[in-house]
Design a protein around this ligand. Structure first.
Ligand code: HEC
Length: 229
């Protein structure tokens, strides 16, 4: 218990101005505007919210939804120290902030900026449009493998679309959910492209949150994408 109260003391002593700069590590995936969801859920009104329950965000992992956590100084401090340790199996691709002062600053900033009355500040907004997103999007580069013979894990069977989410089911029975702006649809009609009606899911294993589906022809795209909730 001594450790826990030490953490919340830190949260109170953090420097919000410095914390705002640290928020840039989060801004590629999170906004502070209510219900403006990106790769991750909006963080508006975070304190006192139960983890994984924001109604406008459709992509929470089962791990986070069933964590039983309520976000406060203490749980957020633990989450940001080591998300995987606090909620094994969660889908936030972020390794954590190990330095206590940096975390305390960030929490001090977030506590103010996520209050219902808070207007998102100019520089936090800029962070959201900053270079991070592009940097993370860069993982798709490099030579694509030949897609004629697909492994079950990347062989796409169905794609459904609901609100802002695509759900891609592959031949191994797995279904992955993507924010619509994180999933690209591409075609490859060359000899290395996928077979007819056998599109391939690429990139999903690397960052987890962005990927592309490669089709053998553009007509296949609308044939595969089915509006269904
Ligand atoms: C690469 C994208 C990404 C980055 C960077 C990122 N997050 Fe997340 N975050 C997510 C995703 C995705 C989830 C949902 C995880 C799940 O459902 O398992 C999430 C969940 C959360 C939640 C839980 C929200 C809720 O409603 O339960 C909090 C709090 C959070 N992130 C804070 C942060 C903070 C603070 C940072 C920066 C230090 C950060 N995240 C960095 C993608 C990201």
């Amino acid at each position: 218990m001594a450790v826990l109260s030490f953490s919340s003391l830190h949260a109170q002593q953090g420097n919000a101005a410095r914390g705002e700069r640290n928020f840039r590590a989060c801004a590629a995936c999170h906004s502070l505007e209510r219900d403006r969801n990106m790769t991750g859920p909006s963080l508006a009104d975070l304190w006192g919210r139960r983890a994984g329950t924001l109604p406008s965000f459709d992509r929470f992992s089962d791990a986070l939804k069933s964590s039983g956590l309520t976000w406060d100084d203490r749980t957020l401090d633990q989450w940001l120290t080591d998300p995987k340790h606090l909620v094994p199996g969660n889908e936030m691709t972020f390794e954590g902030i190990k330095e206590d002062p940096a975390r305390a600053d960030l929490l001090a900033f977030l506590k103010e900026a996520t209050k219902p009355s808070a207007a998102p500040s100019q520089s936090a907004q800029q962070g959201q449009r900053g270079g991070m997103g592009g940097m993370m999007g860069g993982m798709m580069g490099g030579a694509d493998p030949n897609l004629k013979a697909l492994e079950p894990g990347i062989h796409v069977k169905t794609i459904s679309y609901c609100r802002d989410t695509y759900r891609v089911t592959t031949a191994d029975g797995k279904t992955r959910a993507f924010w619509e702006r994180n999933l690209r649809f591409r075609t490859d009609t060359s000899k290395d492209g996928p077979g007819k009606d056998a599109p391939a899911l690429l990139g999903a294993g690397m960052m987890g949150d962005r990927a592309a589906v490669i089709f053998s022809a553009p007509e296949e795209i609308m044939k595969f994408v089915e509006r269904r909730c």
